[in-house]
Design a protein around this ligand. Structure first.
Ligand SMILES: CC(C)(COP(=O)(O)OP(=O)(O)OC[C@H]1O[C@@H](n2cnc3c(N)ncnc32)[C@H](O)[C@@H]1OP(=O)(O)O)[C@@H](O)C(=O)NCCC(=O)NCCS
Length: 161
């Protein structure tokens, strides 16, 4: 597992395209994430084969929080806790030792993603709160599920070491 670099963006775009129901963003978005937010993103894979990717950033108004944007694990690598392990690995980075909360949005029917975040919260002995954030009608004419906010924390990431 490692931080992405800009040369990874096209491969990340391909991986996300193969991981519905994730929204596929432009290659440019993945270039930006890799070049400017690599310290809060992580890739799993070897050579040209990417198995997993997590994008995230620290919201400027909440420096103790990691917002997790997209988590993708390719079908060939699912069920081995790779999703959770990428999140753990991120939280163990020295530059993120101060993080006490994770925020993310998860569709109501995405049981794999909910299971992954619930497992991480249990491991961190942290409460999980859920509240509405991005509602269906806010996505415009494009059909899209609600994206409620999950907030996990407070926690101490030393629990992962
Ligand atoms: C969500 C996703 C990243 C999970 O990746 P993964 O590496 O297979 O998940 P993990 O193995 O870390 O699973 C973690 C937990 O979730 C549970 N889980 C995994 N898949 C599940 C499923 N389909 N249904 C219910 N629970 C599931 C596991 O049992 C595990 O629980 P445990 O730790 O208590 O045993 C992967 O399924 C994926 O990429 N899906 C498509 C894209 C997506 O929906 N991303 C998330 C958007 S927010």
């Amino acid at each position: 597992m490692r931080a992405p670099q800009k040369g990874d963006a096209a491969g990340i775009h391909r991986l996300i395209a193969e991981c519905p129901p994730l929204d596929l963003n432009s290659v440019y978005t993945y270039l930006l994430l890799s070049e400017y937010f690599g310290q809060t993103c992580i890739l799993a894979g070897s050579g040209d084969t990417l198995h997993g990717f997590v994008s995230g950033y620290v919201p400027p108004q909440r420096p103790d929080t990691l917002f997790v944007w997209q988590v993708a694990v390719h079908e060939r690598a699912r069920g081995q806790r790779l999703g959770r392990r990428m999140l753990q690995n991120l939280l163990q980075r020295p530059g993120l030792a101060h993080i006490q909360f994770i925020e993310t949005t998860v569709g109501p029917d995405n049981s794999a993603s909910r299971g992954m975040f619930a497992g991480l919260a249990r491991q961190l002995l942290a409460p999980v709160n859920e509240q509405p954030l991005f509602e269906r009608h806010m996505f415009g004419p494009q059909a899209h599920e609600d994206e409620p906010l999950l907030r996990i924390g407070p926690f101490r990431s030393e629990l992962l070491r």
